[in-house]
Write a protein that binds this ligand. Structure first.
Ligand code: 5GP
Ligand code: ZN
Length: 136
């Protein structure tokens, strides 16, 4: 079965289109966290941050930058969460790379992720591994 966002991009499925150019498509999330919640996606199918081309990713975030003040003004928001879920375990439901642009309002009830503490030496070990991997 074909990807639902590819179908939206091809306009085979109706959406509230916010913006479109050669590389990028942006439309309202059908189940918004808040009104104005917009999804920015690359036109060329990729699954998420792990497989998207650098150039495509840049285009997606360039569009996000352009749209941020527009979305804010359109719904009179006071702030905005810009984020993407990558992989099923992170909450990614649609396997076509997308950036959520979620307008935020004082007292809107939307909760942040929870926080944990590192055990002794844990942070240092993780950073050591990361640095080794960055050398490869
Ligand atoms: P994810 O959970 O994968 O990060 O986010 C996928 C988002 O796509 C969800 O917030 C969901 O509401 C939205 N979505 C899923 N199917 C459709 C659809 O057919 N049309 C639109 N406009 N949004 C969709
Ligand atoms: Zn797709």
């Amino acid at each position: 079965m074909e990807c639902i966002f590819c179908k939206i991009i091809k306009k085979e499925i109706q959406s509230q289109i916010v913006y479109e150019d050669d590389k990028v498509f942006a439309f309202l999330d059908i189940q918004p966290v808040n009104p104005g919640h917009t999804l920015v996606v690359p036109k060329k199918h990729s699954v998420n941050i792990f497989d998207i081309d650098e150039e495509e990713l840049c285009e997606v975030y360039k569009a996000a930058k352009k749209l941020a003040p527009v979305i804010m003004k359109a719904v009179n928001a006071q702030g905005m969460n810009v984020s993407s879920n990558n992989g099923k375990v992170s909450g990614q439901g649609v396997m076509h790379m997308h950036v959520h642009m979620i307008p935020r309002f004082e007292g809107d009830g939307h909760k942040h992720w929870s926080h944990k503490k590192y055990n002794s030496g844990e942070a240092e070990n993780i950073v050591k591994k990361m640095k080794e991997l960055l050398k490869k």
